[in-house]
Write a protein of this length. Structure first.
Length: 183
């Protein structure tokens, strides 16, 4: 069902996603889909739930700055790629319009940030950032401006911007901005 939902999102966006369209694409009768999911937003939420459990390729370059750049570039690629971009934008739109899809997107992003936080832990082990640095917040700092540009201001994003924001996050982490406060 996930593949059919994602294909419908790619073709029609969230506004055009229907249970009937997913049923036609999947070969499953629409009453079955209505019984299990009920709404197009629930189908989108389910696709996000499945995706949040999938592993994400976390870079390991030996440099926090390079690792954060790679993560930020993955975000840019996910939204700008002609194949995956429409799906990513549609799933985000679903989350903005439906509480269940919103919860699913939150869980998806939390899982991705937790997976990527290991790059900050490795940097702490190398002594590049203070011990106890909050890896999840560092990753959020690197990618949040990209989401802001994409979904709040509607501005374009590219690899140069991804690098800029990743560099800012790495610099802040090295300066102790994300470390626990000393007593």
């Amino acid at each position: 069902m996930r593949a059919a939902t994602l294909a419908e999102l790619a073709d029609k966006g969230f506004a055009g996603l229907t249970v009937e369209g997913v049923a036609a694409r999947s070969g499953v009768h629409k009453t079955t889909l209505y019984r299990r999911w009920g709404t197009p937003a629930a189908l989108a939420a389910d696709a996000l739930d499945v995706a949040s459990a999938e592993p994400w390729p976390v870079p390991d370059t030996g440099s926090l700055r390079a690792d954060l750049r790679a993560v930020a570039r993955q975000v840019v690629a996910g939204f700008t790629d002609p194949g995956s971009g429409p799906v990513a934008r549609s799933l985000t739109a679903a989350a903005l319009h439906d509480p269940d899809a919103g919860r699913a997107l939150h869980a998806y992003l939390a899982a991705r940030h937790a997976q990527a936080a290991v790059i900050v832990n490795r940097a702490a082990d190398r002594g590049d950032v203070p011990a106890g640095t909050d890896g999840t917040d560092v990753v959020r700092c690197a990618v949040a401006p990209l989401y802001y540009r994409l979904f709040v201001t509607g501005e374009a994003v590219d690899e140069a911007l991804a690098d800029r924001y990743a560099d800012a996050a790495a610099t802040a982490a090295a300066a102790g901005v994300f470390a626990p406060e000393a007593d």
